[in-house]
Design a protein around this ligand. Structure first.
Ligand code: ARG
Length: 459
């Protein structure tokens, strides 16, 4: 095994320790960032004349040829190496000879690994933001297609008040917007170059950290070397935002699973996104949505894993920190897959409008509208609430629909009722009456669709 250390050791590493400490099987995902960070570092070493500029140029050429090989899938990322940093150093040495040994000047794996991880988080954070924008667009398209469709809205999973189906979709747009912004906040905070912190104390060599920061697109350099090498807040922040995002997608999945059941019958998923049963030939199961709901547990687990790993370790770098990578990669990769699946699955959902309409016949959905009707006629809210409550109870006992009862029945309990009360038990009228900012009236929803289209065009 080719190590980056070893001078002071008499013995080879025990194979069991190698098994425990080796990280190449997963940190090979950082290969590209390790190479990009090394290119910037090597350029800086030449520019500051810490190493001769011609050596710097040879190292940079060597690293760039490794990068090209990596992109073509021609760089082998396996072998008996402790980690990706050792593999790349060895690959460079093989390609350009002993001059490659100068690359690690004024650098430690401690500042190198956190640079690589930051670059990874920055790129994946941006990727998730783009995928979220794509998913928001899917919801806006769904909303555009369903402005005229009303559904029973639910609280406590019970019929509450009618809402526009498009209003429901746009609620998810708002959730995803906050997720996107949270990632943006995390990206702003992680926009800081840690390289130059050395193992923990900085460097005695005249490095130019601002030059490296510029090359790598960081707007700041870290101001405390101890903090910089031990900070993994950016990993935790990204995992937290992905956890909240996962929570939102889990709730949405749960809703769609319920709506696809025969009890609701509100929607049907496309065959390509369902599976069958090995025993029951009639089954069509919403597996992707169940897996999205279930993966939320795994994504929370990854966040908790990193939180707990870090909570007990003192300044500065400690090897425990290596264990942040698998949970990080796992959450990011799972989330990207989930976002891709949803962006394909959702546009193909068929909504069964007739089945939904059947539920809108439940007159309980209009009870709150009846209360506000009486309020408009000058009756105090509490009193109006009581009056409608009595009417409903009474109708239930008589086994009669409210709309089938004569006006005299209404008047008996409150003389302010007039003929127009019957008009209230209509889903469109109900929805359109919620004409406040943020309400479900169809014209408000249309405005919101336009607002989202504007936001998503510029985002
Ligand atoms: N594989 C290590 C990690 O991911 C790299 C840094 C190792 N540094 C050290 N001094 N052992 O954290």
């Amino acid at each position: 095994m080719k190590k980056l250390w070893g001078g002071r050791f008499k013995k080879e590493m025990h194979p069991l320790l190698f098994k425990l400490s080796g990280s190449l099987s997963y940190d090979k995902k950082l290969a590209r960032y390790d190479l990009l960070g090394s290119v910037a570092h090597a350029k800086m070493l030449g520019r500051t004349k810490i190493i001769p500029p011609k050596d710097s140029a040879r190292i940079v050429r060597g690293l760039e040829s490794l990068l090209r090989d990596l992109e073509k899938g021609k760089l082998s990322l396996s072998g008996k190496y402790e980690d990706i940093h050792s593999l790349i150093q060895d690959a460079l040495d093989k390609r350009i000879g002993a001059v490659g040994h100068k690359l690690h000047t004024a650098r430690s794996r401690n500042d190198q690994v956190t640079l690589d991880t930051r670059l990874y988080c920055r790129e994946e954070g941006r990727k998730i933001q783009l995928k979220l924008r794509g998913l928001q667009r899917v919801f806006v398209e769904l909303a555009k297609g369903h402005v005229e469709h009303v559904i029973p809205g639910y609280t406590h999973s019970q019929h509450a008040q009618p809402v526009a189906l498009s209003h429901h979709f746009l609620a998810y747009c708002g959730m995803l917007e906050r997720d996107k912004q949270r990632i943006g906040d995390a990206l702003k905070r992680m926009d800081e170059l840690p390289l130059g912190s050395g193992a923990l104390a900085g460097s005695s060599l005249p490095i130019d950290r601002f030059y490296v920061a510029r090359l790598l697109g960081f707007s700041r350099v870290s101001q405390n070397s101890l903090d910089a090498v031990s900070d993994r807040d950016y990993v935790i922040e990204l995992l937290s935002t992905v956890s909240i995002l996962s929570l939102h997608l889990s709730r949405m999945s749960e809703e769609f699973i319920a709506w696809s059941s025969p009890e609701f019958g509100f929607l049907e998923l496309d065959d390509a996104f369902c599976t069958g049963s090995s025993l029951m030939p009639q089954k069509k199961n919403p597996d992707p949505l169940e897996l999205i709901r279930g993966t939320t547990g795994r994504i929370y687990g990854n966040l908790v894993s990193v939180l707990v790993t870090l909570k007990g370790i003192p300044l500065a770098y400690n090897r425990d920190m290596q264990l942040d990578k698998e949970p990080l990669f796992d959450s990011i990769e799972r989330m990207e897959l989930i976002l891709d699946i949803l962006s394909e699955l959702l546009p193909k959902v068929a909504f069964h409008v007739l089945q939904i309409d059947r539920q809108l016949k439940d007159e309980g959905l209009y009870a709150a509208d009846l209360v506000e009707y009486l309020v408009r006629k000058g009756i105090a809210f509490r009193e109006a609430h009581d009056i409608i409550g009595h009417l409903i109870r009474d109708s239930l006992e008589l086994g009669k629909r409210l709309s089938d009862r004569p006006l005299s029945d209404f008047r008996k309990i409150c003389p302010r009722f007039e003929k127009d009360v019957y008009n209230l038990m209509d889903p469109y009228r109900s929805v359109d009456s919620k004409n406040v900012v943020g309400g479900t009236a169809r014209n408000r929803v249309r405005q919101q669709i336009q607002r989202w289209e504007r936001i998503l065009k510029n985002a």
